[in-house]
Design a protein around this ligand. Structure first.
Ligand SMILES: Nc1ncnc2c1ncn2[C@@H]1O[C@H](COP(=O)(O)OP(=O)(O)OP(=O)(O)O)[C@@H](O)[C@H]1O
Length: 304
């Protein structure tokens, strides 16, 4: 071989993992019912994904399945390339450190002070020396716009919006790779909701964090998410239909071709109203039939 054309063998580098989460062919059965079927989902690093869809369609179950809190009956979830179901105990502990949860209603421990609540993940995972706890807690509270003197207060003394911010500070204290927000603005007034939206945006600007937000708040989905996924209840779909009705940027939601998506984002009951009317007519008919049968038997009690 000509020495000029000789190539130098470089050591092989592992491929950069573009996707933090990669779920393939997920099926979840709970109490004998298929809640999720054939879900495929890749979430790139740094993406903020909103999961929307009507109550009971499986948003929370999907979020929990993506982090191993619900075990799928079929399919695989990879976090940073690793099959989460096959993690060894030490790997699973390390994996949990990389995830921050912001629970619905903040879910703070009432018996602890705000400072103790925010410090909880540090102590639980025993990751820093005792003298580092306070500065980290104050930094996390500062990042969500709360003053230092709040550390000694109890959750019960705070407004709903402040509790939510404390919950976010606690979720962020370990600087996780992935933050899960479960209905972060539910129960908050529109202004405080927007403060929380801005906070979620601010978190993403500061860290290269990946976020999943389960929400019914279309303002949150439109303002905070890079991408929206709309799920549909499995029981109302034909078997061949995909449970993911929409997967795209929030700007495409409003005029999307599927009427069910447009109706959902515009808050129109549409055929659900027809279904409810039909159900109500069926119930009226049933009541009429019962009444007719009872007329033949005057002695029969109305309530047994
Ligand atoms: N542990 C469980 N055991 C049995 N069924 C469950 C369990 N958890 C959830 N389900 C069922 O799975 C379905 C999806 O629930 P999920 O909580 O994911 O809905 P969701 O879309 O988050 O609803 P919402 O918007 O009301 O919170 C529902 O029918 C629910 O009853």
């Amino acid at each position: 071989m000509d020495s000029d054309t000789q190539t130098i063998e470089l050591p092989e580098e592992p491929p950069a993992r573009q996707y933090l989460l990669d779920a393939q062919d997920l099926h979840v059965e709970l109490s004998g019912h298929h809640v999720l079927k054939r879900i495929n989902l890749k979430i790139p690093r740094g993406e903020t994904l909103a999961l929307i869809g009507e109550s009971g369609c499986g948003k929370t179950v999907l979020m929990k399945t993506l982090v191993g809190l619900v075990r799928p009956s079929r399919g695989i979830v990879r976090f940073d390339g690793q099959d989460i179901a096959a993690m060894k105990p030490a790997e699973a502990v390390n994996f949990r450190k990389k995830i921050g949860f912001v629970f619905q209603n903040a879910a703070l421990f009432d018996s602890m002070t705000v400072g103790q609540n925010v410090a909880f993940p540090l102590r639980q995972h025993n990751v820093v020396d005792a003298d580092q706890v306070e500065p980290l807690v104050l930094r996390a509270l500062g990042e969500v716009g709360l003053p230092d003197d709040i550390v000694r207060r109890r959750p019960a003394q705070l407004s709903g919006g402040m509790r939510k911010r404390v919950g976010i500070a606690r979720a962020l204290i370990l600087q996780p790779d992935l933050v899960l927000y479960d209905e972060p603005t539910t129960g908050l007034d529109p202004i405080v909701s927007d403060v929380i939206n801005e906070l979620m945006l601010g978190v993403r600007r500061k860290y290269p964090v990946t976020s999943i937000i389960v929400t019914h708040d279309m303002n949150t989905a439109r303002k905070v998410a890079d991408r929206v996924i709309m799920l549909y209840p499995r029981r109302r779909l034909k078997d061949h239909e995909s449970q993911v009705l929409f997967d795209g940027p929030p700007t495409s939601l409003e005029n999307f071709e599927d009427r069910r998506v447009r109706q959902f984002v515009r808050g129109e009951a549409g055929e659900r109203l027809m279904e409810m009317r039909q159900l109500s007519e069926e119930m009226d008919e049933q009541l009429d039939n019962d009444r007719f049968e009872n007329e033949d038997d005057d002695e029969s009690p109305l309530v047994q």
